[in-house]
Ligand binder design. Structure first.
Ligand code: EPZ
Length: 426
C-alpha cells in the first residue's frame, strides 16, 4: 500500500514555525567525526531520512552513534578497521560521498561505491577525486567502487572549480582530508556556502586550523589530531525559504523562528521583489522573519548560482510561486542544468511553463488546480506541496518519502499553520 500526501488548497497559513538545523550542514559535520578522537555532541540535528542513512553508514564504519534528547547526536569512533561503504548504502543518498575525505584523511584507505547520478542530473565526483589525489591519494575505479589509499596526506594547492562553479561537498571533503595532512593546503575556488562555513567552524573548534572561511580561498594548516567537541548546527536556510514561499503563496502571514537571515538575503530580496512583505527581528535562539503574502505576485527573473546568490535548492519552490504570478518569469538553472522534472507535474496542475535548455519560461496563470502528481526528488516534492496549498481543489502527491529526506514533519508543521494537508495510505 502506497502513502500519498493529500493537500486541499486555498487555506492561508498563519502562525509561527520553528526552523530546524540544516541537513546539508549536519551531514558533513557528522562525517567529520571520523577524524576525531573522543566523543562529539552535535545539537540541532534534524530527524530526517538522510541523517538516518548517514548514521547507518557511520555505524558500519565503527562510529558509536546515539540520539539524545533535544535533537542532539553523540558520535564517537570506537573501531577504525572498516573503510568500506557499499553500494546499497551510498546509492540511498548521494551526499554520503562526504565520508571520502575523512576516511582517507584518518584511516588512509577507502572503498566507496560510486554515487552515480540522480534525478537532478549526472553529478560527477571528479573534483572530489582531484582533491584527494592532490593531497597524495592513489585512487582507482573498479567494479563500481572508488578504491583509494595514501601513505599520509601532504598539504597542496588545489583548484576546485568545475564547469558549474565550485563544489559544496567536494570542498567539504578536501577540507576534512587536509586537516590532518602534513603542512599547508590552499583550496582555490572553494565553495562559500553557509554549510561549508559551518563545517569549517566545527573543525576549528575541534582543533583544526582553517582560515579564509566564507571566502573562495581556504587555507588549512594540518594538525596532529582533532578532538571531540560540542557544537550546534546552523538553521536550515532551504527549509526556511520553503516555509517563506509557502506562507507567501497562500496569502497568509507567518513568523519563522530560528532563522539565520544573513544566509537568506537573495531569497528574501526576490520574495520582496515578487510582492511579498518580509521583515525581521532578533529572537533568543536566532532571527525571526515575518512573511506576509499577497493575492497577486509580480514576475521575476531568477538565476540559480553558488552562494550568496539564489540557491538551486530553492528553484523548484520559486517556480511554484511564479506559476501564478502576473506575467512571465524566467528561471535559469546554473548549478544542475537538468533540474526541472517538477515542471511537467506543475503543468499538470495548470501551470504554463516551457523548458528551453537550462531555462524555464513561466507564464503566470490565474490559478492552479488540484491534480494527481508525482514527486521526483526532495525539492520537487516541496514545490508540489506549495503548489497544492494554493491550487483550487485537492492535490494528491505520490512518492512523498522524498520529502522526509529534507523536511522534518512537514505536514504536521504546515497543518499547525492552518494548511489542510495529510499523509494517507492509498
Ligand atoms: C550540495 O550537493 C547539496 N547537497 C545539494 O543539495 C545542493 O543542491 C548542491 O550542493 C548545490 O548547492 C548536500 O550538501 C548534501 P556540488 P553537491 O558538488 O555538493 C558539479 C538538496 O536538495 N560537480 O556543489 O553534490 C555538479 O554536477 C541537495 O538538499 C562537478 O562537476 O553539489 C554541479 O553541477 C540536492 N564535479 C555543481 O558542480 C564534481 O566533482 C555543483 O555541485 C562535483 C560537482
Amino acid at each position: 500500500m502506497e502513502k500519498i500526501i493529500v493537500v486541499e488548497g486555498g487555506h492561508p497559513l498563519h502562525g509561527n514555525v520553528r526552523i530546524n538545523g540544516s541537513k546539508n550542514a549536519a551531514l558533513p559535520i557528522m562525517a567529520a567525526c571520523i577524524l576525531m578522537k573522543g566523543k562529539s555532541r552535535i545539537r540541532n540535528v534534524p530527524h530526517l531520512a538522510d541523517v538516518k542513512t548517514l548514521l547507518e553508514i557511520l555505524k558500519d564504519l565503527g562510529v558509536k552513534t546515539e540520539r539524545l534528547k533535544d535533537d542532539t547526536l553523540e558520535l564517537e569512533v570506537i573501531d577504525e578497521s572498516n573503510v568500506t561503504a557499499p553500494y546499497e548504502q551510498i546509492s540511498k543518498m548521494r551526499g554520503s560521498i562526504c565520508i571520502l575525505g575523512p576516511l582517507l584523511g584518518k584511516r588512509k584507505r577507502v572503498k566507496i561505491a560510486e554515487p552515480g547520478g540522480c534525478v537532478i542530473g549526472v553529478r560527477p565526483v571528479d573534483l572530489h577525486i582531484k582533491g584527494m589525489e592532490a593531497l597524495g591519494a592513489n585512487i582507482i575505479k573498479e567494479e563500481g567502487y572508488r578504491i583509494g589509499s595514501t601513505n599520509g596526506f601532504r598539504g597542496a594547492e588545489i583548484y576546485l572549480g568545475g564547469p558549474y562553479g565550485s563544489t559544496v561537498t567536494g570542498t567539504c571533503n578536501v577540507m576534512m582530508a587536509a586537516t590532518l595532512a602534513k603542512g599547508k593546503t590552499i583550496v582555490r575556488c572553494a565553495a562559500c556556502e553557509p554549510e561549508v562555513q559551518d563545517l569549517a567552524n566545527f573543525l576549528n573548534k575541534a582543533g583544526a586550523k582553517i582560515s579564509g572561511i566564507g571566502t573562495s580561498e581556504l587555507v588549512i594548516e594540518g594538525v596532529e589530531e582533532l578532538h571531540g567537541i560540542e557544537y550546534e548546527i546552523i538553521p536550515d536556510r532551504i527549509e526556511a525559504g520553503t516555509f517563506m514561499i509557502a506562507g507567501a503563496i497562500t496569502g497568509g502571514e507567518i513568523t519563522l523562528e530560528n532563522v539565520c537571515l544573513d544566509h537568506l538575503t537573495a531569497v528574501i530580496e526576490k520574495l520582496a521583489e515578487a510582492g511579498a512583505s518580509v521583515s525581521f527581528a532578533s529572537g533568543e535562539t536566532g532571527g525571526k522573519c515575518f512573511v506576509k503574502g499577497s493575492d497577486k505576485f509580480r514576475p521575476l527573473t531568477i538565476t540559480t548560482l553558488p552562494y550568496p546568490d539564489i540557491p538551486t535548492d530553492m528553484q523548484a519552490q520559486f517556480l511554484a510561486l511564479l506559476s501564478i504570478a502576473n506575467g512571465t518569469s524566467i528561471i535559469t538553472e546554473k548549478i544542475f542544468p537538468n533540474r526541472f522534472i517538477h515542471v511537467a507535474e506543475l503543468n499538470r496542475m495548470g501551470a504554463d511553463i516551457l523548458i528551453e535548455g537550462t531555462r524555464a519560461i513561466v507564464k503566470g496563470v490565474r490559478k492552479l488546480s488540484g491534480a494527481r502528481v508525482m514527486a521526483s526528488d526532495l525539492r520537487a516534492s516541496a514545490c508540489l506541496v506549495i503548489a497544492g496549498l494554493v491550487a483550487e481543489g485537492t492535490t494528491e502527491i505520490r512518492r512523498p518519502y522524498h520529502l522526509d529526506r529534507g523536511y522534518e514533519k512537514l505536514e504536521q508543521r504546515l497543518s499547525a499553520l492552518g494548511a489542510k494537508i495529510n499523509r494517507v495510505t492509498e
